[in-house]
Design a protein around this ligand. Structure first.
Ligand code: P6P
Length: 334
């Protein structure tokens, strides 16, 4: 069958045997995420038409105003994952604590946990700019059949068995890895099927796009300021182009296709940056590395950063390998 016309369902079945834990549960898990993605996509695409715009009148643990679509997306993903009885635990940006599933049923043999940012970039919803869902999947480390503990969620990113994102943009795509490369699937909304549109996605080794919120320039560490000036200097292959959508999934996706670097550094107003390690940086770092890119906190590989709390923030430099390495050079000098 022509690779391009392959559906996500066919792709999962074909590749199930190559996945080292191929008990079919991970396949069912990706299927569940696919279903939730379609439901959220339906809501996101009609956000302007029904009463899902605007804040839900509540704030999440981050102290950020919860947009109604945030709440809806969170509920849909949790409900879908819970109903399919595939996972034993879920953590979400929108939930203060992790959720233990069927914890009192010692026959519960589910061994995967999922961490999600159900709707990243949600501040863009009301202005019709693309947003995304990010997910990260691990095998539990505590005994099967017992309630999950925080230890299951605080594993280093290098332990991930799968990670991916859905981008609700000009088209809706699901991009994911199970540790054997990165593949992108585009939704045909007319029939509700994802088709393999971007097999074997590769991060270009270098690029000419840098993505950072330059409004924070004065608060950045000197190394970041110096790298930004390097990007802007008229010499060699520069100046680069500045592109910042304010939606991690969108900036990452564009940079993976065209080449580029995304940065959310620490600053004098955000000592660990803004992005969360467990359900934003680790999954995006896993995808980046699987596509030949790189991700660090400016010094340490993201996938080896020690997690100490569920909603921990970490500085984030991610994208084309040579660009991340150049940024790290400037960080090391200072
Ligand atoms: P700022 C969205 O809230 C998000 O987590 C990322 O998707 C995005 O890249 C970043 O924050 C934008 O943050 O501070 O530049 O508006």
């Amino acid at each position: 069958m022509d690779k391009k016309n392959k559906t996500l369902g066919e792709f999962i079945i074909e590749n199930q045997s190559s996945f080292q834990y191929s008990t079919g549960e991970l396949s069912k898990l990706i299927h569940a995420i696919r279903l939730a993605a379609k439901v959220v996509n339906h809501e996101v695409n009609k956000a302007g038409l029904i009463d899902v715009l605007g804040a839900a009148g509540d704030t999440n643990i981050q102290g950020e105003d919860q947009q109604k679509l945030d709440v809806l997306a969170n509920e849909k993903f949790i409900q879908t994952l819970r109903n399919r009885e595939i996972v034993c635990g879920i953590a979400s940006e929108e939930e203060d604590d992790f959720i233990s599933i069927n914890s009192n049923d010692n026959k519960q043999r589910n061994k995967y946990i999922v961490l999600i940012d159900p709707l990243d970039g949600s501040s863009n919803i009301d202005v019709n700019v693309s947003v995304g869902t990010i997910f990260s999947i691990y095998r539990r480390v505590t005994p099967v059949g017992t309630p999950v503990t925080l230890e299951d969620f605080l594993q280093p990113g290098k332990n991930q068995v799968a990670a991916g994102y859905i981008i609700y943009g000009t088209s809706t795509m699901l991009v994911y890895t199970t540790g054997d490369g990165v593949n992108g699937f585009t939704l045909n909304p007319a029939i509700g099927t994802f088709y393999l549109s971007h097999p074997g996605m590769i991060f270009p080794d270098s690029g000419k796009i840098y993505s950072v919120n330059e409004g924070n320039y004065s608060h950045f560490p000197q190394g970041v300021k110096d790298y930004i000036k390097y990007c802007q200097k008229e010499e060699e292959d520069r100046p680069y182009t500045s592109r910042y959508i304010g939606s991690l999934v969108s900036d990452f996706h564009r940079n993976m296709i065209k080449g580029g670097i995304y940065m959310y550094p620490k600053s004098s107003v955000a000592s660990n940056g803004k992005l969360r390690l467990l359900y934003e940086c680790n999954p995006m770092a896993f995808i980046a590395e699987q596509a030949g890119g790189k991700a660090s906190d400016g010094y340490t590989r993201i996938l080896e950063v020690e997690a100490t709390e569920l909603h921990q923030r970490v500085p984030f430099f991610c994208g084309s390998k040579k660009m991340v390495e150049k940024a790290e050079e400037f960080m090391a000098k200072n």
